[in-house]
Design a binder for this molecule. Structure first.
Ligand SMILES: NC(=O)c1ccc[n+]([C@@H]2O[C@H](COP(=O)([O-])OP(=O)(O)OC[C@H]3O[C@@H](n4cnc5c(N)ncnc54)[C@H](OP(=O)(O)O)[C@@H]3O)[C@@H](O)[C@H]2O)c1
Length: 320
């Protein structure tokens, strides 16, 4: 069992104990799920098929962590300090996100909680330049201030064939634990399916949301068939442009969402994504503590079943 899995297990055991004592204190009253504090709802984790290692189902995207101003850094520090306490673990970053890796490396070193996280970063090989790709990876180790990176993904499939043998070497040398590839564009889905059939990828990262369900047609079933873990990016439709929240502006979350413990739009959208059986973890981007708390809450309690997912899709179409 990895140190992270052991911590998850320990937290689950502690929580189970807390639940037992809380329920015996509260008996014979019937505590409704909605009234329960977050930590009493079960944290949902999923196994990475390649190893069986379990990770919590909601992580963090950091494409807006390229900041320098003290108040911007302080906001992100708050998020990183609180995230593992709420049960979260996986952070997604990339060299393409400006100073994001550097900011993460510094803040995690200052807080002293690097080992609480599963870090996923990315690499590209422009014009099939392997030397450039290798240098980019070394920079990631330096900027993240770590000797081991849990996952390196080929960013938007750029230079996949050039980079894959090198990622396999790094994995063999145990400098990285897992390798993978990403896309956030439906137009790349055919190429991603080819990559998934050609290589044994530990992870793929795909775009999937209530508003864009294209990944569910081929890529998500293929990931299940191939035993590939799946990270979902842009679960709210992406930081840029109009995201899912704009469509529900001024509207209340339907009362039936309480049947699967969703009390905010953020939880509604994330629970749709993580209730797909192929999904291992989603990485909503956030820079705010209140959003982190909201998103981490989606990793607890009940998830929508097939009929409830259908209802969510019908609801989404009805407000389009
Ligand atoms: N090709 C690729 O590999 C690729 C492409 C795109 C993205 N990604 C990864 O996926 C991650 C997610 O994508 P994204 O950040 O662009 O889009 P997203 O997760 O769909 O949406 C992020 C936006 O939602 C807001 N938000 C977050 N939680 C919220 C909540 N509970 N309630 C209301 N608003 C909330 C954020 O605001 P605040 O910042 O104010 O919290 C931000 O504006 C990225 O950070 C990146 O790591 C990868």
């Amino acid at each position: 069992m990895s140190p992270f899995s052991a911590r998850v297990r320990r937290r689950e055991l502690l929580k189970a104990g807390a639940l037992l004592s809380a329920s015996s204190m509260l008996a014979p009253f019937n505590l409704s799920i909605a009234a329960q504090p977050d930590e009493q709802l079960e944290l949902i984790t999923r196994a990475i098929p390649a190893t069986g290692e379990r990770i919590p189902v909601v992580g963090l995207g950091t494409n807006n962590y390229s900041v320098t101003a003290a108040e911007d850094l302080a906001m992100r520090r708050e998020v990183l300090e609180r995230m593992p306490k709420l049960g979260g673990s996986l952070i997604d970053t990339a060299p393409a996100y400006g100073r994001s890796e550097e900011v993460l490396g510094k803040l995690l070193a200052d807080i002293g909680n690097r080992r609480e996280f599963f870090i996923a970063t990315k690499v590209t090989a422009a014009n099939e330049d392997l030397a450039g790709g290798k240098a980019m990876i070394e920079e990631s180790f330096r900027r993240l201030r770590t000797d081991n990176i849990e996952l390196i993904q080929v960013h938007s499939l750029q230079g996949l064939d050039t980079l894959m043998p090198w990622l396999q070497e790094l994995k063999g040398a145990k400098r990285i634990k897992y390798l993978g590839a990403t896309t956030s564009d439906d137009r790349q889905h055919t190429a991603m399916a080819e990559a998934m059939r050609k290589y044994r990828l530990d992870f793929v990262q795909l775009n999937y949301s209530l508003d864009d369900r294209e990944s569910a047609s081929t890529l998500l079933p293929l990931a299940q068939e191939r035993g590939t873990a799946v990270l979902i990016n842009v679960p709210f439709g992406g930081r840029r442009g109009s995201n899912l929240f704009s469509r529900v502006s001024g509207k209340s979350v339907p009362t039936w969402a309480q049947e699967f413990d969703a009390t905010s739009w953020g939880q509604f959208f994330l629970k749709y994504v993580i209730s797909h059986p192929a999904v291992t973890c989603t990485i909503p981007g956030t820079t705010k503590l209140s959003h982190l708390q909201d998103n981490q809450r989606a990793a607890r309690g009940r998830l929508p079943n097939a009929a409830q997912r259908k209802r969510m899709e019908e609801f989404w179409a009805s407000i389009g």
